[in-house]
Design a protein around this ligand. Structure first.
Ligand SMILES: Nc1ncnc2c1ncn2[C@@H]1O[C@H](COP(=O)(O)OP(=O)(O)O)[C@@H](O)[C@H]1O
Ligand SMILES: [Mg+2]
Length: 577
């Protein structure tokens, strides 16, 4: 049964002009004109029987020219120019083979001049939204919530498409991004072999405890002290996993006049240290092919000893029995002291103080088993929420991107018939994938990795969900690689502009609603969604921690004893007691 029941006399008006995807309708029914709303849906008669074109109303105009006034100054209704501009977004087919009422995102035909146009409301709207829901509920469906246009119709997204071509979730602070993310996580957790990593920068997602979800935390000073391990959900990310570029950005000051020499020495000596490790542990096969970037442990003490030697090295002079300073004599002290500072920085214990097994050759297998395993694999959960809240902000881009790099490399080195896809949910993405012009060297390394995943991830089954409150500060390349946008309320004009530019032209003013969206409401556009739509996101079962401090309330409560002296003491000891 076709769902639409339109009668010609109920028409809004007739098509007056058509271009590729836009139609202008001459509205004859004045009562209807008054009720028309921008961003609502409309239906146009198609030139083909059994088809209707669906459009989004983008503009409604009522014009009265001076010449339309008669002598008494009374308007002549007939000469009014009442127009409505509609952007075509898809076709509803009464029948497609076996299936009835099929909605397609393509325009299978164009409307003809004088074709009837109807406003899509009431029963017709309900039926249409139901159809969309049914069509989409085909097993691939990811549900975020209900359409604002019809609160009874569930808005399904195509889960394959959502992750295939990367997604972006944007919105001002407090607009509901974390809740939306939690809603997505909740549904992923229900899939039998789901696989995802959530970069949780503030420990917001700790309340998410459904089956299929596991929590990890990058070790903080107290965890290192207590020797908590991966079996307690505490992660270490040893220095030897960092790429050469990342190590250089950490240890070599780019403004130092000896920087190029230092970087060169680093490469040579890390290579040597890795070689020594492989020789000592009898890894002959690997010795033939390893590079400075290979995930091979090396002894930091050995590296430091070598650097110190090189820094004071004397070599035979031109004349017999004389000595002169080596090429790099005196050129490394700043790098050495930088290294020493980092190694002894308690906040970086997760990198330099990883406990006994960190140099084991099998460490990486154990790590990848925990962090990259899918649900059901090795009795692990598939959604891994990693809390980075104790990672110092200056190294955050290096550390977050390190996890991304390990993920991408493992996917790349998995034979294609054994690959299992994985999604990286990147909350607060502006912190580690900034615009190039705002990037420092640590950011550059992070960007290189994430841009690579954005461009090539699809081939290897790595998907990104980029989440940020500042779309205008997130790297443009990353955004332009996303094909699905969940835009929540955005109040900043610059941020709105970024989202507007990313939406298809045909949606015209649709993005103007960005600042007026309610909390928990989103504009969803992209190939995962049948219609560009406004969706009210359902509350997740377990809600993320709100980072919101209620100042006014807090200022009416008693203060904890000794809080300041405890803070100062912790600061000195680099440890939160
Ligand atoms: N879908 C929703 N339905 C109802 N309330 C919501 C919804 N999403 C968010 N909220 C409210 O808004 C607050 C902030 O949401 P949150 O997801 O933490 O925002 P963001 O991550 O964008 O800063 C939540 O604590 C909750 O009270
Ligand atoms: Mg948030």
């Amino acid at each position: 049964m076709p769902i639409f029941r339109f009668r010609d006399e109920g028409a809004l008006g007739k098509v007056a002009s058509v271009d590729t995807a836009n139609v202008i309708v001459d509205v004859e029914n004045l009562d209807q004109l008054k009720r028309l709303q921008v961003n609502h849906l409309s239906v146009l008669q198609s030139s083909r029987p059994g088809q209707h074109l669906i459009g989004l109303i983008t503009q409604v105009t009522r014009k009265r020219g001076l010449e339309n006034f008669d002598n008494d100054g009374v308007t002549d209704q007939n000469s009014e120019l009442n127009l409505c501009r509609i952007s075509l977004i898809g076709t509803l087919l009464d029948r497609d083979g076996e299936k009835e009422n099929v909605f397609r995102r393509t325009l299978e035909s164009v409307p003809e001049i004088d074709a009837n146009c109807f406003s899509l409301d009431g029963e017709n709207l309900t039926e249409f939204m139901r159809t969309l829901s049914n069509v989409a509920a085909d097993g691939n469906s990811l549900t975020l919530g209900k359409y604002t246009l019809d609160e009874h119709a569930i808005a399904y997204l195509n889960g394959n498409k959502f992750f295939q071509r990367h997604a972006f979730i944007g919105g001002s602070t407090g607009s509901g991004k974390s809740w939306t993310t939690a809603k997505i996580i909740e549904q992923m957790a229900g899939l039998s072999t789901a696989n995802a990593i959530v970069f949780d920068l503030h420990g917001e997602y700790s309340p998410l405890v459904e089956k299929g979800i596991q929590h990890f935390k990058v070790a903080g000073p107290a965890d290192v002290e207590a020797k908590r391990t991966i079996d307690n959900g505490v992660l270490y990310l040893p220095y030897w996993l960092l790429s050469y570029e990342a190590l250089v950005s950490m240890f070599v000051d780019r403004s130092d006049q000896n920087a190029p020499n230092q970087a060169m020495i680093m490469a040579r000596e890390i290579n040597q240290a890795k070689r020594k490790y492989l020789e000592d542990s009898g890894q002959k096969d690997i010795l033939k092919h390893f590079t400075v970037d290979s995930p091979v442990p090396f002894d930091l003490g050995f590296l430091m000893q070598r650097l110190n030697e090189i820094n004071v090295e004397m070599v035979p002079g031109a004349r017999a029995n004389t000595e002169k300073a080596g090429d790099f004599n005196g050129k490394l002290p700043r790098m050495i002291s930088r290294l020493e500072n980092k190694i002894s920085d308690r906040r970086l214990g997760f990198m330099f103080n990883g406990g006994g097994d960190i140099l084991n050759f099998t460490w990486l297998e154990k790590f990848t088993n925990c962090v990259l395993g899918s649900s059901g694999e090795n009795d692990k959960a598939g959604i891994k929420i990693i809390d980075f809240s104790e990672v110092p902000s200056d190294v955050l881009p290096l550390i977050v991107s390190l996890v991304a790099r390990v993920t991408f490399s493992v996917q790349q080195w998995t034979p294609s018939d054994m690959r299992h896809p994985i999604a990286l949910l990147c909350d607060e993405a502006h912190l580690y994938m900034p615009q190039r012009n705002m990037a420092d060297s640590a950011d550059d390394i992070s960007l290189d990795i994430f841009e690579r995943i954005a461009k090539e991830g699809r081939k290897y089954g790595v998907s990104l969900v980029v989440i940020s409150q500042r779309p205008s500060e997130v790297n443009k390349t990353m955004l332009s690689q996303c094909s699905n946008f969940v835009s929540m309320r955005l109040t900043n004009a610059e941020d709105q502009g970024v989202i507007k530019r990313l939406l298809p032209d045909s949606l015209g003013g649709f993005s103007d609603i960005l600042p007026t969206l309610d909390i928990g409401e989103a504009l969803v556009v992209g190939d995962a969604s049948l219609l560009p739509s406004r969706i009210r996101i359902d509350e997740p079962i377990n809600k993320p921690n709100s980072g919101t401090v209620n100042f006014w309330d807090e200022w009416q409560k008693p203060v904890k004893d000794n809080r300041l002296s405890i803070a100062v003491d912790n600061w000195r000891k680099q440890n939160i007691q």
